[in-house]
Design a protein around this ligand. Structure first.
Ligand SMILES: N[C@@H](CCC(=O)N[C@@H](CS)C(=O)NCC(=O)O)C(=O)O
Length: 201
């Protein structure tokens, strides 16, 4: 049986989620850098492997494929402490994972991409994304007041999913200084995952 392969782009928080979970759980993997900006997710060869044409995409050690960052994390972390054993806490973790994909990533990650990689200016960056992203950061800041992590008192997949793009929110012209609980939580999770603060651009 071969090793897990992660197809990912290192500029993508969604892709780094899969990498961080594999590293944290000491699951050996090969990383295949797949550039979104260069269109490598849309080549016929990549589409034959992954018809969704997006990264992250993993090929498990037994050859089966899996897409969607949060599905990948859940599969890799099955049975580990990153998924709470308590049914209510586990549901709370899912609550944040679903919210991340619907209300957080589509605002914070998309605006970062427009500002940093597409270099859009002013209104082209979309004021609506700014408003919705700030509302997401406010929701997180309120939830983190008096807490170390989003669920229970331990690192879970909810923290890993949310930290991926939140630590880069400044790239999308969001002001993280306005959300102090989020700021200290980012530093805590970066410490847990062994990430360097200076990697957060
Ligand atoms: N909901 C998906 C989003 C995946 C996604 O949007 N991937 C982007 C990079 S972050 C991508 O591959 N874009 C290239 C494309 O759509 O062609 C996930 O969480 O994995």
């Amino acid at each position: 049986m071969s090793k897990l392969t992660i197809y990912g782009d290192t500029i993508s928080g969604n892709c780094l989620k899969a990498k961080w979970v594999a590293e944290r759980l000491r699951i050996p993997f090969d990383w295949k850098e797949t550039s979104v900006v260069a269109g490598e997710t849309r080549t016929p060869a990549f589409l034959a492997l992954n018809p969704w044409g997006q990264v992250p995409f993993v090929v498990l050690a037994d050859g089966r494929g899996l897409a969607q960052s949060n599905a990948i994390m859940l599969h890799l972390a099955e049975g580990s402490a990153l998924i709470p054993g308590d049914a209510y806490d586990r549901a709370k973790m899912f609550e944040w994972l679903f919210w991340e994909q619907y209300s957080h990533e589509p605002t914070i990650a998309v605006r970062r991409f427009r500002v940093t990689f597409q270099r859009l200016r002013g209104d082209e960056r979309d004021r609506e994304l700014e408003t919705r992203g700030n509302a997401a950061l406010k929701r997180m800041d309120e939830a983190l007041a008096g807490r170390r992590y989003f669920v229970g008192d331990a690192l879970t997949l909810a923290d890993i999913a949310l930290v991926a793009y939140t630590r880069w929110a400044g790239d999308g012209d969001y002001d993280l200084a306005a959300f102090p609980h989020v700021g200290s939580w980012i530093a805590r999770v970066e410490g847990d995952l062994g990430l360097r603060a200076e990697d957060a651009r």
